[in-house]
Design a protein around this ligand. Structure first.
Ligand code: HEM
Ligand SMILES: [Ca+2]
Ligand SMILES: [Ca+2]
Length: 294
C-alpha cells in the first residue's frame, strides 16, 4: 500500500532534503544516527508507524514521551522538527512526520556505514498517543529470551527478525540504570568487559552515565554487535540473551561471521517494521508540527 514514489510529484525534494539533514546531523554528532533509528522503532512498535512517538503531552492525553522506556532517553526530536519545517516550506501539508521518521532511520543507517533499503511512503500521522501503549509494547532490557521473542511476535516478527533487528545495538549509547544489573550480577559476561563497564557505572550512583552498546565499533553500523555477544560482551541483559545457550545462538554466530547476511536481513526486517499498520488514505492527518495534532 505504501509506495516509494509517493511524493514524486507532490514533493520531489522530500527525500533529498531528509537525506542531507540527516547527513549533517550525523556528521555533527555520530550518535544522532542511532537516536533517529531508535525513534522509528519506538514509533512503529506503538500503534504502528504513525509518528505517535513525536506528540507532546496535551490536556487530553499523556503521550509516549512520558513512558519509562522513552523519558529522558529518546533523542533526535529537534532534527525531525528541522526537517519538518524545511518540508513545510517546500511543500506545505504534504510530507507526514511518520514518513520523515522512516526515511531518517534509513538515512541514518546509511550515514553510519550500514546497508540501504527502499522506504515505502504514504504513511499519515496519528491524532493521539498513549503512554500506556508505549509502556506495554516497548520491550524492556530486563527481558529474557522467551519474552523478547513474544514481544516481537506480538508485532508479527519472527524470532530471526527479532535477532537481526537487535543488531541496531551496533551503534548508540545506553544509560547505566539499564545495564547495572547485568554488569554487577550476571555470570555470562566477560570479566574484563564487566570491570571496565563498572568503572563508568557505579553500583549505587550514576544512573545516567552512558556506555556504548557496541564496545568495539560504536559509531559504525556493522556486525560487531554479534561478535561482542559471542564474546559475552553484550551490554544489556536483553542483548546477551540472544547468545546465552538458547535457540538463537546459531543465528548470532552466523551474523558474527557474515556482515553481508546481517546487512541484507536487517534491511528486509526494517522494511517490514516500516509497514506496521500505517495510517493511509484519509485516516489520520499530515501534521504541520510533528509535536502537535493540527
Ligand atoms: C530487542 C529488544 C530491545 C530492547 C530491550 C532495547 C532496549 C534499549 C535500551 C534500554 C536502550 C538504551 C536507552 C537509554 O539508555 O536511554 C536502547 C538504545 C538503542 N536502541 Fe534498543 N532495544 C531493543 C531493540 C531495538 C531495535 C529493534 C532497534 C532498532 C531497529 C533499537 C535501536 C536502538 C538504538 C539505535 C539505541 C541507541 C540510541 C541512542 O544512542 O540514542 N533497539 N535500546
Ligand atoms: Ca506509533
Ligand atoms: Ca558497530
Amino acid at each position: 500500500q505504501l509506495s516509494s514514489d509517493f511524493y514524486a510529484t507532490s514533493c520531489p525534494t522530500a527525500l533529498s532534503t531528509i537525506k542531507s539533514a540527516v547527513k549533517s546531523a550525523v556528521s555533527k554528532e555520530r550518535r544522532m544516527g542511532a537516536s533517529l533509528l531508535r525513534l522509528h522503532f519506538h514509533d512503529c512498535f506503538v500503534n504502528g508507524c504513525d509518528a505517535s512517538v513525536l506528540l507532546d503531552d496535551t490536556s487530553s492525553f499523556t503521550g509516549e514521551k512520558s513512558a519509562a522506556a522513552n523519558v529522558n532517553s529518546l533523542r533526535g526530536f529537534d532534527v525531525i522538527d528541522d526537517i519538518k519545517s524545511q518540508l513545510e516550506t517546500a511543500c506545505p501539508g504534504t510530507v507526514s512526520c511518520a514518513d520523515i521518521l522512516a526515511v531518517a532511520a534509513r538515512d541514518s543507517v546509511v550515514a553510519l556505514g550500514g546497508s540501504s533499503w527502499t522506504v515505502g511512503l504514504g504513511r499519515r500521522d496519528s491524532t493521539t498517543a498513549s503512554k500506556d501503549a508505549a509502556t506495554n509494547d516497548i520491550p524492556s532490557p530486563q527481558l529474557d529470551l522467551s519474552d523478547l521473542i513474544s514481544a516481537f511476535s506480538n508485532k508479527g516478527f519472527t524470532t530471526k527478525e527479532m535477532v537481526v533487528l537487535s543488531g541496531a545495538h551496533t551503534t548508540g549509547q545506553a544509560k547505566c540504570q539499564f545495564f547495572r544489573g547485568r554488569i554487577y550480577n550476571e555470570t555470562n559476561i566477560d570479566s574484563d568487559f564487566a570491570t571496565s563497564a563498572q568503572s563508568n557505572c557505579p553500583s549505587t550512583d550514576g544512573d545516567s552515565n552512558l556506555s556504548p552498546l557496541d564496545v568495539t565499533t560504536n559509531v559504525l553500523f556493522d556486525n560487531a554487535y554479534f561478535k561482542n555477544l559471542v564474546n559475552k560482551k553484550g551490554l544489556l541483559h536483553s542483548d546477551q540473551q540472544l547468545f546465552s545457550g538458547g535457540s538463537t545462538d546459531s543465528q548470532v554466530t552466523a551474523y558474527s561471521t557474515s556482515s553481508s547476511t546481517f546487512c541484507t536481513d536487517f534491511a528486509n526486517a526494517m522494511v517490514k517494521m516500516g509497514n506496521l499498520s500505517p495510517l493511509t488514505g484519509s485516516s489520520g492527518q499530515i501534521r504541520t508540527n510533528c509535536r502537535k495534532v493540527n
